[in-house]
Design a binder for this molecule. Structure first.
Ligand code: OOG
Ligand code: NI
Length: 448
């Protein structure tokens, strides 16, 4: 009898559920945030049948309440390569490249996520994964210290590593192996109260950059947030204080619109946690650290390169207006006045990606791509915006920044996709190609 391997979507769903369970126990405010988001989503779906219909048509309705993204920060190329191999077991691959260097962070990032639409609709779990570049540390002795600590660090258990090798060797894991593998992998991302450094080492890393201290001081890459997806971030944001959660003032990304695009996010500040540092003579020294926070997101439509360039220019214009002293709200709405807020216009101008479906009840033989707009117009084909599955570097920098208490000017460096891919040991997938091919496939099957 052939051994039955478990589908990667099932392993991923189990992993996501166990991560959520762990985070709920470790950071109770996360549980409050999840229940708030569930309430708001139920309300929104009841009020907005068009939204419900679109989510159903694009396979997004069932996944909604289990949908999360997490974030981790790694210390070396070796850790990044291992994470890539572990996430492959869960059917998650590196998509998109985000250089946070120009925003004053010593990291660059990718997101591990499923790529196939069918996989996304089963469970879209994503992990925003950042890699520390110690060469951004200007003090050579602290840099050497950090490198030495990171070289020694083993973030995965032997059990998880053995099962990874078995997966790679045999091409899958059995149910029994999955039941051992998932908790062992989840353990990698738990909070470590016991620091790997002395309090003096921690303080000197913290002075260089709080992110350096967060990444180097601990025995593992603790998950630092787990984000549920809301259908109405403004409602969720204004309800947070009523549930005892203090959000940051602003929502990152585009302003509220009739046609949501890309990604809007907001967060609450990291909680202070007790840490036990190593003392000089082996005794324990009590201290604390802020790492783990909460975030919510609202996902809108994926934009084409052309749409994205317009978004970037629009956001830049809003920031310029703010720099001139304009209030944030006014600056955003003035700037975004130039970004069409109508799905037909967004489609006809080629600003967004759409999924097409033949709803005529007949074959559309003899019709070609050139007829698509007319078919949509006549109601024979429906066009639904494709959900954006990725992240935004300016918004991500805002999320990072909201958890740094030290706002002193920092050196900005620039990293590159090339060096990231070398560290990863693989190519990063280009999100634009993924949306493009999803759109193309839907057109082909609509016109078949
Ligand atoms: C990651 C921050 C970025 C997002 O949603 O844009 C992020 C981090 O703080 O490690 O999670
Ligand atoms: Ni996030």
């Amino acid at each position: 009898m052939a051994t039955e391997f478990v589908e990667s979507s099932e392993i991923r769903a189990l992993f996501a559920a166990q991560m959520s369970e762990m985070y709920r126990l470790e950071v109770p405010a996360y549980g409050d945030l999840v229940s708030l988001v569930e309430d708001i989503n139920a309300e929104k779906l009841a009020q907005d049948p068009t939204l419900e219909d679109r989510l159903r048509a694009t396979g997004g309705l069932n996944r909604l309440n289990q949908e999360r993204h997490g974030a981790i920060r790694l210390g070396s190329a070796r850790e990044l390569q291992l994470i890539r191999r572990f996430f492959a077991v869960l059917g998650m691959f590196a998509v998109g490249y985000y250089d946070l260097g120009p925003s004053g962070m010593p990291v660059h990032s990718t997101a591990f996520r499923p790529v196939d639409p069918a996989e996304l609709s089963k469970n879209p779990f994503r992990v925003f994964t950042s890699l520390l570049e110690t060469r951004a540390i200007s003090d050579p002795s602290i840099r050497d210290d950090a490198d030495a600590v990171l070289r020694q660090r083993q973030i995965f258990s032997n059990e998880a590593s053995e099962l990874l090798l078995r997966f790679e060797d045999r091409g899958g894991l059995t149910q029994t192996q999955v039941e051992e593998f998932v908790p062992a992998l989840v353990d990698t991302f738990k909070w470590h109260e016991q620091a790997a450094l002395t309090v003096d080492q921690y303080n000197s890393m913290n002075q260089i950059h709080q992110l350096v201290a967060d990444i180097v001081s601990f025995k593992g890459p603790h998950i630092n947030h787990l984000t549920p997806r809301t259908l109405d971030i403004d409602a969720a944001h204004s309800t947070m204080p009523h549930r005892g959660i203090t959000p940051k003032e602003t929502i990152e990304g585009p302003p509220r619109r009739k046609c949501p695009i890309l990604l809007r996010q907001t967060s609450f500040k990291a909680i202070e946690e007790a840490v036990v540092f190593q003392g000089e003579n082996g005794e324990a020294v009590q201290g604390h650290h802020r790492a783990r926070f909460g975030e919510i997101e609202q996902r809108g439509a994926a934009l084409t390169q052309k749409g994205r360039s317009l978004y970037d220019a629009t956001l830049q214009k809003a920031h310029d207006l703010m720099a001139e002293g304009g209030p944030r709200h006014a600056a955003l709405s003035t700037a975004f006045g130039q970004f069409p807020d109508d799905w037909t216009q967004i489609r006809q101008l080629g600003l967004g990606f759409f999924q097409y479906q033949n709803v005529s009840g007949d074959r559309l033989t003899g019709r070609s791509v050139g007829d698509l707009e007319a078919l949509v117009d006549d109601g024979l084909v429906r066009a639904d915006p494709i959900t954006y599955e990725d992240f935004l570097p300016v918004s991500a920098a805002g999320i990072f920044r909201s958890n740094l208490t030290d706002e002193s000017a920092r050196e900005c460096v620039s990293f590159s996709l090339n060096e990231f891919e070398t560290s990863l040991g693989a190519e990063v997938r280009n999100p634009f190609y993924l949306y493009e091919s999803l759109q193309r496939d839907s057109i082909h099957s609509a016109l078949r």
